[in-house]
Design a protein around this ligand. Structure first.
Ligand SMILES: Nc1ncnc2c1ncn2[C@@H]1O[C@H](COP(=O)(O)OP(=O)(O)OP(=O)(O)O)[C@@H](O)[C@H]1O
Length: 515
C-alpha cells in the first residue's frame, strides 16, 4: 500500500503546502518567488551559480537576516526591489503595448493612491536585454523631464523584481484624452485649455532636446484639475473636461494643469534624431517628412496640429469621416498620400462655430514645410489663446509655491512677456465670459485685451456689426495647403508598414521601417 509513511520523501502537493505554512511571513515571499522562478538546472554549488546568473541573490531562509528579505533579487537596473512592501496593486486602469497600468495604494498610507505601470522584463518579440534597454531609455527620458515640467506626468519611483519593472507615477483620475473625445468634439474654450498644456509639454521636451514622437490624445492624461476631483479653481467652476478654463492652466493659475504628457516609450533625443533614428508611432499623426526623409523635433508640432483639429472637429484632418469612422486597417501608403497631399478642409458643418484664430493655428501647425512650421513656443503666443483668456492671472515666479516645475514655468512666462500688463480679474473685461458660440467670429461683449496679457496678439475689439471677425495679425496668415509636397512623397521609400501592429485603438498605427 502506497502511503506517505512508506514514501516519506516523495514530493507531493501536501508536502509543498506544509513547507509553505511553516515558513515565516517574510519567507513566504521567498518561497513563492522561488517556486514561480525558473528552476536551476543543477543542485548544490551549481545551483547557486545558475541562480546567480538568473539574477537571484541566493540566501538561506534560516540564516538570512530579516532586513535582507527585501532584496530577494539582484537588481538588474539599479531600481529598488521592495515594491510589494511599499505598494499594493488594486485594479487595472489601462493597458498599452508595453505594459499594464494599475491603480495602487501605498501600504504605509493607503489613502495615497498612485498609478503603476508594470512593464514585463521579457517579451516574446524582443530579448531580455532589449526589453531592459527600452525600459532604461524610457525612464531616462521621462526622468529628465519629470519634476522639471509641470505638463509631464510625475515619475515618483522605480522598482523591479525578477519579472517586471514598476514605474510609480502620478495618478491621473480622468484617464486619457481620447476618452473625453468619445462624446464628440470639445468646446473651443476647453480645446484652448487642453492645447495650452499639450504645447507646453512639447515646448518643455524640446527645451530638454527631446522629441516626444508620439503626440496623440491617448498619451495625454486628464488630471484631477480636469475632472473636478481636486479642490481648487477648476472644481469651483463646475469641474469636468468640458468646463476647463485656460487661465487655470497657465502657471500662476491652477496648481495642476488639466492634462499631462505620459508615455515616453517612443521619445528620441535630438542627437538620435540627427543620426537619423526612427520611431514607430501612429501614422495619422505623422508629419509628411516622417514618411519621406530625416526629420527633427518639429514633428511633434505637426502632431499637435492634428490633435487640435481632432479636438475642435471630432475628425482627423485629410479624411472626410468622423474620428471613430476612420478605417483602422487603412494601408500605410494611403495614410502617407493623404498626409502629404490632401488639402486641410475647414468647410464641414463642424467648423461652423469655430473661430478664425483656431483655424489659423491649425494651419500653421499643419505646415508641410518643417522649416516654417510654427514651433510650440511660438504657438503658445498665438492670438487664439489670448481670445480664451477671460480672467487673467499674470504668472509670477512666486506662483510656484516651492514647486520647482511651476516656479520655472511661471518665470519663463514672465520673462517671455515683458509687455505683460496687469488686467485685474475683477475688471469688466476680465470678468466677461468668452463667447460660447463664435459661429460668426463674434466677440461682442468680450473685449479681451490680449496684448495686455502678454501674448503679443492684437487687442480684440468688441463686436461691431459687419466687422465682427477679428482681423488677424499680418504675420499670421491662414495658409492654403500645398498639395505639391505630396507628389514628391509618393516616390518615398516607404518599405514595410505593419498596420496590424497598432498600439492605438482609435487610429491606424504601424511600425515603419525605411529602406
Ligand atoms: N498615470 C496614469 N494615471 C492614470 N491612467 C494612466 C496613467 N498612465 C497610464 N494610464 C492609462 O494606461 C494606458 C496605457 O498607458 P501607457 O500609454 O503609458 O502604456 P504603454 O504601454 O506605454 O502604451 P503605448 O502602447 O501607447 O506605448 C493609458 O492610455 C491610460 O489610459
Amino acid at each position: 500500500m502506497r502511503s506517505s509513511a512508506l514514501f516519506p520523501r516523495a514530493p507531493c502537493r501536501e508536502r509543498l503546502s506544509t513547507l509553505r505554512a511553516n515558513v515565516c511571513a517574510l519567507c513566504k515571499r521567498h518561497v513563492r518567488a522561488a517556486v514561480s522562478a525558473p528552476r536551476p538546472a543543477r543542485r548544490g554549488r551549481g545551483a547557486s551559480r545558475s541562480a546567480r546568473k538568473a539574477g537571484f541573490q541566493v540566501q538561506s531562509c534560516a540564516v538570512a537576516a530579516p532586513e535582507r528579505h527585501v532584496a530577494l533579487y539582484r537588481s538588474e537596473l539599479g531600481y529598488r526591489t521592495d515594491f510589494a512592501a511599499q505598494y499594493s496593486l488594486l485594479e487595472i486602469i489601462g493597458k498599452g503595448n508595453f505594459g499594464t497600468v494599475w491603480l495602487a495604494a501605498s501600504r504605509e498610507e493607503p489613502s495615497h493612491q498612485v498609478a503603476v505601470k508594470v512593464v514585463p522584463k521579457s517579451r516574446e518579440d524582443r530579448s531580455h536585454e532589449e526589453s531592459l534597454e527600452c525600459i532604461r531609455r524610457e525612464v531616462a527620458m521621462w526622468g529628465s523631464l519629470s519634476g522639471d515640467s509641470r505638463y509631464v506626468a510625475e515619475l515618483l519611483g522605480l522598482y523591479e523584481d525578477v519579472h517586471n519593472v514598476y514605474l510609480v507615477q502620478q495618478l491621473c483620475q480622468g484617464g486619457d484624452l481620447s476618452e473625453a473625445l468619445k462624446d464628440g468634439p470639445l468646446p473651443e474654450a476647453c480645446c484652448a485649455a487642453v492645447m495650452w498644456c499639450v504645447l507646453s509639454a512639447i515646448r518643455d521636451c524640446h527645451d530638454h532636446r527631446l522629441a516626444l514622437m508620439d503626440v496623440k490624445p491617448q498619451n495625454f492624461l486628464l488630471t484631477a484639475a480636469a475632472t473636478g476631483v481636486a479642490e481648487g479653481p477648476s472644481s469651483s467652476s463646475g469641474g469636468g473636461v468640458r468646463h476647463l478654463r485656460l487661465e487655470d492652466q497657465v502657471a500662476g493659475g491652477s496648481a495642476c494643469p488639466c492634462v499631462v504628457a505620459c508615455d515616453f516609450g517612443c521619445s528620441l533625443s535630438y542627437t538620435e534624431l540627427m543620426r537619423g533614428a526612427k520611431r514607430a508611432g501612429s501614422p495619422v499623426f505623422f508629419a509628411p517628412e516622417q514618411f519621406t526623409s530625416s526629420y527633427g523635433l518639429v514633428v511633434d508640432e505637426w502632431a499637435a496640429g492634428v490633435m487640435l483639429y481632432l479636438l475642435l472637429s471630432g475628425r482627423y484632418p485629410f479624411w472626410d469621416c468622423k474620428r471613430d469612422e476612420l478605417d483602422k486597417t487603412l494601408p500605410a501608403y494611403q495614410v502617407m498620400l493623404a498626409v502629404c497631399s490632401a488639402p486641410i478642409a475647414f468647410g464641414g458643418p463642424e467648423w461652423r462655430g469655430i473661430s478664425r484664430e483656431a483655424r489659423d493655428l491649425v494651419s500653421q501647425l499643419l505646415d508641410r514645410n518643417p522649416a516654417t512650421r510654427l514651433t510650440a513656443d511660438a504657438a503658445l503666443e498665438h492670438p487664439w489663446f489670448a481670445r480664451w483668456m477671460t480672467a487673467p492671472r499674470p504668472p509670477s515666479p512666486e506662483a510656484g509655491n516651492g514647486n520647482v516645475a511651476a516656479t520655472k514655468d511661471a518665470a519663463r512666462t514672465t520673462k517671455k512677456s515683458p509687455r505683460r500688463g496687469r488686467a485685474s480679474s475683477d475688471s469688466p473685461a476680465a470678468a466677461a465670459p468668452p463667447p460660447e458660440d463664435s459661429a460668426a467670429g463674434c466677440c461682442c461683449g468680450t473685449p479681451v485685451q490680449s496684448a495686455a496679457l502678454g501674448f503679443g496678439g492684437p487687442t480684440l475689439s468688441p463686436c461691431c456689426g459687419a466687422s465682427n471677425i477679428v482681423p488677424l495679425p499680418s504675420h499670421a496668415p491662414v495658409r492654403a495647403t500645398t498639395p505639391s509636397a505630396g507628389q514628391a512623397a509618393t516616390s518615398a521609400s516607404v518599405a514595410a508598414m505593419d498596420v496590424a501592429g497598432s498600439d492605438d485603438e482609435d487610429a491606424p498605427s504601424c511600425s515603419v521601417d525605411f529602406l
